[in-house]
Design a protein around this ligand. Structure first.
Ligand code: TMP
Length: 235
């Protein structure tokens, strides 16, 4: 399957049409941004790792009953996916306090949470992706009630599956962001699961193995992505 017209270029990926109107090609870039695009840079090799890692993780989720947009990996950076219409929500799950949650609520980073937290942000760059709650989502029509229930149930199930997956690799899943798309009458997992979209800490040392190294200028950014890739691909 070949790329036709580019439909959309985001901060980290491009999306292309294909000859099949039901399929798109997603191409991952090395470009990295943070703080709604204010900080810009690149992480060499990130596009390849994020593409391949997302596909491995999506296959694992599929094997465990979660439907995703994945069709087939085409190359190091490109994947054939089902055409979906993205629900404009960043679905965030937290197991341990970190990032914006720690800042907002004054809870020290690294504090275990008594229950997983499900949060939503409205995907809207102009507004800076503001946090939004269920009733606000329904009130402005970003999703229907049944869709929101499906998204919430799937997200919590995905969290359990991903926690178990990463702990086997010596990685603690602190938090992550996922996105869902409408495909026919279903809501399926789309976008990516990668060190760009997850906080991943070494289980022994709490070393950060994710994009926070870029966001916070901690150094060793490429090495962190490579370490996650190494752990995922070694048994
Ligand atoms: P936060 O603590 O900054 O709200 O981030 C929560 C999780 O969401 C974290 O794993 C990083 C991820 N994330 C994204 O994937 N994209 C984003 O634009 C932001 C702000 C966070």
């Amino acid at each position: 399957m070949e790329k036709l017209d580019m439909l959309y270029e985001g901060k980290a990926k491009k999306v292309f049409k294909t000859a099949d109107e039901n399929l798109f090609i997603v191409e991952y870039k090395d470009d990295a941004t943070a703080f709604n695009g204010i900080k810009k840079g690149s992480i060499i090799g990130k596009g390849v790792i994020n593409n391949k890692m997302t596909n491995i993780v999506f296959k694992y989720l599929e094997e465990n009953g979660v439907e995703t947009h994945l069709v087939e990996e085409l190359s190091d950076r490109a994947t054939l996916v089902k055409k979906v219409s993205i629900v404009p929500l960043e679905v965030i799950i937290r197991n341990v306090a970190a990032g914006s949650f720690s800042k907002k609520f004054g809870v020290e980073e690294g504090t275990a949470l008594l229950n997983p937290i499900l949060e939503f942000s409205y995907k809207n760059d102009e507004l800076g992706d503001p946090m939004i709650n269920d009733m606000q989502i329904l009130a402005i029509g970003l999703a229907k009630k049944e869709e929101l229930i499906s998204i919430s149930e799937q997200a919590l199930r995905i969290n359990e599956l991903l926690k178990a997956y990463f702990i086997e690799k010596g990685i603690k899943l602190i938090d992550f962001k996922i996105e869902f798309g409408r495909c026919g009458d279903k809501i399926i997992l789309a976008d990516e699961v990668s060190p760009d979209t997850c906080r991943l800490w070494d289980v022994e040392t709490n070393e950060k193995l994710d994009k926070d190294r870029f966001r916070r200028d901690l150094g060793g950014v490429e090495e962190a992505y490579e370490e996650v890739w190494r752990r995922i691909t070694s048994k």
